[in-house]
Design a protein around this ligand. Structure first.
Ligand SMILES: [Zn+2]
Length: 391
């Protein structure tokens, strides 16, 4: 027993585990005895805080220089035992933020550091980039939209396979570097939005891959164009002193946004009202809906409808849709490819929604690395099992 309410266990690595580099675990010549004893927080013994204590000798590694020796019960540079960290990571994936912090008696920020170490180790053991054929590359905002991550999803397994801070060409190129030349050749399909920072490096480094534009990005652009028309019409009504009309248009916002099959009775009558009072806005609504409809048809009719849509939007006299028609015809090949390959919107959206939820939970981690680690543990199946349970 140590001081009040603590158990301290003195430990020493077995002889097979001694004199190993903390980074690579290779056996190395000794350097010195280090500076004193080190302590690691272990899983509580009942309600009592527990610690492991040991000497921290150093070795000279040919690759890593003078480093503190590895110990079998903890990860390098950690102040916690391996079992403690595995349990904290498991809880971070499976329970709430407060539950982990309260149960483990550590700050949420500390949990972030633990996730980063656990995920880094798991990623050294599992090669998530092996056998990729159909991938999706996307950006996710975090920190209230001030920072971005680039994420790569495997369409076949539904797993997140890569994530890094930043949304630029360099980040995509880093992913392609890690993938390596041989595996780049195996990629058959890449889905993404219309941004050139993704399309550029994909065209250069994956010349054989088909680029597809994610359906929901296309529909999102149509929704934005519709909203622009709604704002214009609303401003005009206000300037003309038609307050009642302006108010009604404002109230119709959700009816215009929602998918028609989900409309309530009240929203449906709002929409009917728009049809009577404002033909421009209603035309914009129909343009949005028809574009969405394309993704519900078989490939043949879908592409016919896509072409008809472009022709209609070009001459619809609504500037935001005329502009969208230009964007869409410029991306025609990639949009048609998504339809032909039956790229599922549901899966891409599902994983994006999950990543967004994780970014919200990870608030308070103070580092993108910890956020990425939590996302990888959760969405790449890297979460360790609870200590002592074999799964
Ligand atoms: Zn080493």
């Amino acid at each position: 027993m140590g001081s009040e309410g603590e158990v301290v266990v003195a430990a020493r690595p077995g002889w097979r585990e001694r004199d190993r580099c903390g980074v690579c675990r290779r056996r190395c010549p000794g350097f010195d005895l280090g500076d004193g004893r080190r302590r690691w927080r272990a899983l509580d013994l009942g309600t009592t805080l527990a610690f492991v204590e040991a000497d921290a000798p150093r070795v000279t590694c040919r690759r890593h220089g003078v480093v503190v020796c590895a110990v079998p019960w903890a990860r390098h540079t950690s102040r916690f035992t391996r079992a403690f960290e595995d349990q904290a990571a498991w809880l971070a994936v499976n329970t709430s933020k407060t539950a982990v912090a309260e149960l483990m008696r550590v700050a949420w920020r500390t949990v972030g550091g633990i996730c980063a170490r656990v995920a880094a180790e798991a990623q050294r053991e599992v090669d998530l980039l092996a056998g990729l054929r159909r991938i999706g590359i996307d950006e996710i905002s975090h920190r209230s939209g001030q920072r971005y991550l680039t994420v790569v999803v495997d369409h076949d397994s539904g797993r997140l396979v890569w994530a890094a801070a930043g949304r630029d060409r360099k980040t995509v190129e880093r992913f392609l570097d890690e993938l390596g030349q041989e595996r780049c050749k195996q990629i058959e399909l890449v889905s993404c939005d219309m941004a050139s920072w993704i399309a550029g490096p994909i065209a250069e480094r994956l010349p054989d891959a088909v680029r597809c534009v994610d359906p929901f990005h296309v529909v999102m652009l149509a929704t934005d164009a519709l909203d622009e028309v709604r704002r214009e019409v609303w401003n005009e009504a206000r300037q003309a002193g038609q307050d009642q009309l302006a108010r009604r248009l404002k109230g119709a916002r959700y009816a215009l946004w929602k998918n028609p099959e989900n409309l309530t009775g009240r929203q449906r009558s709002k929409l009917a009202e728009v049809q009577h009072t404002n033909r421009r806005l209603y035309r914009a609504y129909l343009l949005k809906e028809q574009l969405r409809q394309i993704y519900r048809l078989e490939p043949g009719p879908a592409i016919t409808l896509l072409d008809a849509w472009i022709a209609w939007a070009r001459r619809c006299r609504l500037p935001s849709f005329v502009k969208l028609a230009k964007t869409i015809s410029a991306q025609h090949a990639a949009i048609a490819a998504a339809i032909q390959h039956g790229l599922s919107n549901a899966r891409v959206e599902a994983i994006n929604t999950q990543i967004r939820l994780i970014t919200r939970r990870a608030f308070g981690f103070h580092s993108a690395d910890a956020l990425i680690a939590l996302a990888m543990l959760t969405l790449a199946d890297l979460c360790p099992s609870l200590p002592g349970r074999v799964t």
